[in-house]
Design a protein around this ligand. Structure first.
Ligand code: 3PG
Length: 209
């Protein structure tokens, strides 16, 4: 999972109100060169959306986002999630993912949280909310003390600042919702999503993606 994300450099964060939009959205991302989707567990449709992508698009790396509890992690994994992203660090969530041999990427924004995660054996963490937590300068400072920790900044990342993050050696990939605007999904404008994904891939390619 980590090697694909590292290669693609971008993890689209997707909020779906209708499960039937899941496969067309993931297909559009794949058409744009990003066969990966983090489906946030913020809507009742999320678990079915994960299930549909896992079944219909086996080449798409589908994961769950906004995973707040171990129970949610288990349900998402049962639905087919191959990675688990959380806004914060919660040991039971990390353990649930480990039991299922699925990658857990908890969110952190302070040195204390990173140190706790490091002592749980985690080396890839979501830096969240990235822009409000200090952005690239904060990640640069953290690199000095957490030499073997790598980050997936998410929250406030956009085409305007993507390069600032991806140019950092301790950034594996960026997460963001800008690739899948709610409006485009509800209007069935999946071509827009494919275009946004292709633009992001092209921008990321400058950083070795
Ligand atoms: C998330 O859902 O993990 C983030 O809130 C996405 O942040 P963004 O909407 O600023 O990209």
């Amino acid at each position: 999972m980590i090697s694909l994300v590292e290669k693609l450099k971008i993890v689209p964060v997707v909020v779906l109100d209708r499960a039937e939009d899941a496969a067309p959205t993931a297909r559009a991302l794949g058409d744009g060169g990003l066969p990966v989707a983090e489906i946030t567990l913020r809507t009742p449709a999320a678990l079915e959306a994960i299930e549909r992508i896992a079944k219909e698009l086996p080449d798409t790396l589908v994961g769950a986002g906004t995973v707040l509890s171990a129970e949610q992690a288990e349900r998402a994994i049962d639905a087919g999630a191959r990675f688990i992203v959380s806004p914060g660090l919660d040991e039971p969530v990390v353990e649930a993912a480990r039991r299922a041999e699925v990658t857990a990427i908890p969110g952190v924004s302070t040195a204390t949280e990173i140190q706790r995660a490091w002592n749980l054996g985690l080396r890839l963490l979501k830096f969240f909310p990235a822009e409000l937590s200090g952005g690239p300068p904060m990640l640069r400072s953290l690199a000095a003390v957490f030499e073997d920790v790598r980050f997936m900044p998410t929250g406030g990342v956009s085409p305007a600042n993507l390069g600032d993050y991806l140019s950092l050696p301790n950034v594996v990939a960026c997460g963001g919702s800008w690739l899948t605007p709610k409006r485009a999904i509800s209007a069935g404008e999946f071509g827009t999503i494919a275009d946004l994904a292709a633009q992001a891939r092209a921008a990321a390619a400058r950083f070795g993606a």
